[in-house]
Design a protein around this ligand. Structure first.
Ligand code: GLC
Length: 472
């Protein structure tokens, strides 16, 4: 039997705390839905008090408006340049791996380059790995010597990052991996209670350091809770401490508790029931610097992903994997610069977008604010062969929507403000008089002002179209 492809996280869950779930399932069929595999979800929404919900709404407001953030994976693994999982997948012994700390000597204030790039790209917040699975702390710690200031680097890289983000007016997030491949108790804590107590104290202690040493922090982004469950990590206590230290912070769902938002990884899936979500994604196939990976997403794909997230009021956390010296791979700079040029003109159609009840389109996606529909056209339909003989495809560049349940009052090209003529029938609205070549790159936005909240139901067209003309 062919098994579905498993991600590393699926493996971890499977052989960690999720193993019992498999035991009870039909042979060979993984019981782990992808969304389950990427962090804890609430048993049922609506069980929280109004007070708790209001507090979350308050803390999350800026984040919902922001829509777009920068993820940064940077650590000892960057020195190898073969993905941040090199230590495990290549089976590098701890004694060998920790030698990397002698060679991780980035240029001072590399983070300023990232923050400037993020700002140019239209990103409103940053989330940087303070400690990844390798166990190396990029920050000053009293609890371990395995940290940047006490190794060859000799500087607090988290402090530099925080300063850089703030200088550009960006919100500051800390990624923190609970899983630790370096600490002596990092695995045995699962079977040895004394080790668990020590390791949980160490973990809570590092998080405490992170949340007391750098002023106001906006996001705590936990990752991989292998090999313990929420109870063993004492995650309730962990979050309580976090909120005591940082009353305005938001936390994700990867410490075994639902937290404030869900974290679909490498794919875009809206959460159900109005729960906040953020899709995190790499620009090539790797989070940490992977020098051989040239499989870069196009800026068209990135803008498409961003509009897809914004359509469902989700956020998009897009990763860079800086080189060991801290410089950003040239392709990432190129892509983010292109995205930024687009965001300069089209940002208002992304930030603060509202829930959007529109169906599917083949060459566009949508966002909405009030009664205005923003149509993001990725494949510009200029000069179809049909325009040679058919009146309704003329003039030869026509963008059309079927099943729009509102009356269009006006339309314009969003970036230039140029008005667009249109005609509306029962089944369609056609925007005419458009240029043959796409006016914008990589996506052109049409702003369509309606007399009511615009909803689109393509299936409605299928059901209700007047059928005639058989025999033509
Ligand atoms: C996975 C990977 C990890 C990466 C993270 C980002 O958990 O194990 O390397 O940091 O995804 O979401």
């Amino acid at each position: 039997m062919r098994l579905p492809k498993m991600s590393r996280r699926d493996h971890l869950r499977l052989w960690g705390t999720g193993a019992t779930a498999l035991a009870g399932s039909a042979a060979g069929v993984l019981p782990l839905s992808r969304s389950k595999a990427f962090g804890a979800e609430p048993a049922a929404m609506g069980q929280e008090s109004a007070e708790v919900q209001a507090d979350r709404e308050r803390r999350m407001k800026w984040w919902h408006e922001a829509r777009f953030g920068m993820f940064i994976h940077w650590g000892l693994y960057s020195v190898i340049g073969q993905h941040e999982w090199a230590m495990e997948v290549e089976g590098i012994p701890v004694a060998q791996y920790q030698q990397l700390a002698k060679h991780f000597t980035p240029k001072p204030h590399a983070a300023r380059e990232w923050a400037k790039l993020a700002k140019r790209a239209g990103q409103k917040y940053m989330v940087m790995t303070t400690k990844h699975h390798e166990g190396f702390c990029n920050f000053e710690s009293k609890l371990t010597n395995y940290c940047a200031p006490k190794q060859a680097c000799g500087r607090d890289l988290v402090a530099e990052y925080v300063e850089a983000a703030r200088a550009e007016g960006l919100r500051v997030g800390f990624y923190y991996s609970l899983m630790d491949w370096h600490h002596p108790d990092g695995a045995r804590c699962a079977t040895d209670e004394a080790a668990r107590v020590r390791f949980v104290e160490y973990t809570h202690g590092l998080i405490r350091e992170l949340l007391t040493q750098y002023g106001k922090i906006d996001i705590l982004w936990y990752d991989v809770d292998w090999p313990l469950n929420a109870e063993q990590w004492e995650s309730e206590k962990m979050n309580k401490m976090v909120f005591q230290l940082q009353p305005d912070i938001i936390v994700n769902n990867r410490n075994g508790l639902p937290g404030d938002f869900a974290t679909p990884e490498q794919h875009i899936v809206a959460s159900k029931g109005g729960r906040a979500w953020e899709s995190c994604m790499t620009m090539n196939g790797s989070w940490g610097y992977q020098k051989a990976d040239k499989d870069w997403k196009s800026s068209e794909t990135i803008v498409g992903n961003l509009t897809t997230c914004a359509h469902d009021t989700g956020n998009y956390l897009l990763n860079i994997g800086p080189k060991p010296d801290g410089s950003v791979p040239e392709d990432s700079v190129r892509i983010l610069t292109e995205v930024g040029e687009w965001m300069d003109k089209n940002g208002p159609t992304i930030y603060e977008s509202e829930p959007c009840k529109t169906g599917w389109h083949v060459y566009a996606s949508y966002t909405r604010k009030g009664n205005t529909l923003y149509m993001h056209i990725s494949h510009w339909p200029g000069e179809t062969p049909a325009s040679k003989g058919l009146e309704f495809f003329n003039p030869p560049s026509v963008v059309a929507i079927g099943g729009l349940r509102a009356k269009v009052k006006s339309a314009r090209l969003f970036a230039s403000g140029k008005p667009v003529t249109f005609e509306q029938g029962d089944e369609y609205v056609r925007f005419t008089g458009l240029p043959i070549e796409a006016p914008d790159y990589p996506v052109t936005t049409l702003a369509i002002e309606c007399d009511a909240e615009p909803e689109i139901d393509g299936a409605d067209v299928r059901k209700n179209r007047k059928r005639e003309g058989v025999g033509v």
